[in-house]
Design a binder for this molecule. Structure first.
Ligand code: FAD
Ligand code: FES
Length: 280
């Protein structure tokens, strides 16, 4: 389901906390009521690093959570960040009282599948993909949604299963897969998904949303296409601007639709697998 574009704010906001979680991961809490109160799961913000005015020097981050609860009274925006380069290193050094420049919320929310009473939505994540999936679960809880959902999270080892505690805390059924077998299923999250799918008698009652590293997303698309599953995948393509101006994030659109190329930042970032090209 595509939602109408909402207002996108650009401003400086105050950092309230920066919680270091180990292994180069941290959670930034930012007082940003104008963004937090309208943000929906699957949307992202662009963070400007440093003092440049160049709109292309921004970095995209999924909204991990808003507080105290998702909805119009939310004032706090939370980002879950993995340090990988200069921008995220600068963000890791921010502390309470510092200002951070944000643009958002950007992109479309993740879809809500319409499933019957017996339907189950599988949320499949790896790496930084856990961030939007957690916000999705928080939204479902805040709305009192009857949609049954389970989370499948993959990482190389238990130390890298960042965010799993957060899912447990809000009572979501969460299954882990680790490459080295140090927690949960011994194997990758796609193998865990295969095992899970085999336990359903009617795959027509199963929907899925995936968000993870490129390799995971490709494998997920292949499985969903092969089995004709109603799955969507949220992409994390490199995004120079994040608001549709540069075409630096495009993927090929479906042949039967008017747009030859689709900007992941504007038309996405989440797409039904049937609309994804073989390579993306
Ligand atoms: C829609 C979206 C949502 C995102 N959400 C999050 C999030 O919630 N938490 C988080 O930690 N990160 C997230 N990212 C990734 C984040 O934007 C990058 O890690 C960040 O831009 C890196 O900036 P840097 O200056 O630290 O490193 P850079 O020097 O820019 O990059 C360091 C390394 O990471 C690679 N890289 C940079 N961006 C990406 C990307 N988008 N995909 C794959 N590889 C990349 C570069 O090629 C390079 O090898 C998201 C990206 C997108 C597009
Ligand atoms: S990042 Fe510039 S158009 Fe998508």
């Amino acid at each position: 389901m595509k939602m109408p574009m909402q207002q996108c704010l650009v401003d400086d906001f105050e950092v309230i906390d920066n919680v270091h979680l180990g292994e180069g991961w941290f959670r930034l809490d930012i007082e940003a009521p104008s963004i937090a109160s309208t943000a929906r799961a699957g949307q992202f913000v662009q963070v400007r690093i440093g003092s440049t005015d160049d709109p292309l020097i921004r970095r995209p981050f999924s909204i991990f959570d808003v507080g105290p609860e998702p909805g119009p009274d939310a004032t706090m925006l939370r980002l879950l960040v993995q340090r990988v380069g200069p921008g995220t290193t600068a963000m890791m050094q921010l502390s309470a009282g510092d200002r951070i420049h944000l643009m958002g919320p950007l992109g479309h929310p993740m879809p809500r599948p319409s499933l019957g009473e017996d339907g189950v939505l599988l949320l499949i994540g790896g790496g930084i993909g856990v961030a939007p999936l957690y916000f999705y679960c928080r939204e479902l809880a805040a709305e009192g949604s009857p949609l049954k959902h389970q989370v499948l999270l993959g990482a190389r080892s238990s130390a890298l299963l960042i965010g799993i505690e957060a899912f447990h805390k809000i009572g979501v059924e969460t299954h882990a897969a680790t490459d080295d077998g140090s927690c949960g299923f011994h194997g990758n999250v796609i193998e865990l998904l295969e095992e899970k799918l085999a336990s359903f008698s009617d795959l027509g009652q199963v929907s899925g949303i995936g968000c993870g590293p490129h390799g995971m997303n490709l494998a997920l698309r292949d499985i969903a296409i092969e089995r004709d599953l109603d799955f969507s995948i949220s992409l994390e393509n490199y995004m120079p601007c994040g608001f549709g101006a540069c075409f630096g994030c495009v993927i090929e659109g479906p042949a039967d639709q008017p747009l030859r190329y689709r900007r992941v930042c504007v038309e996405g970032p989440c797409f039904p697998v049937r609309e994804l090209p073989e390579k993306f």
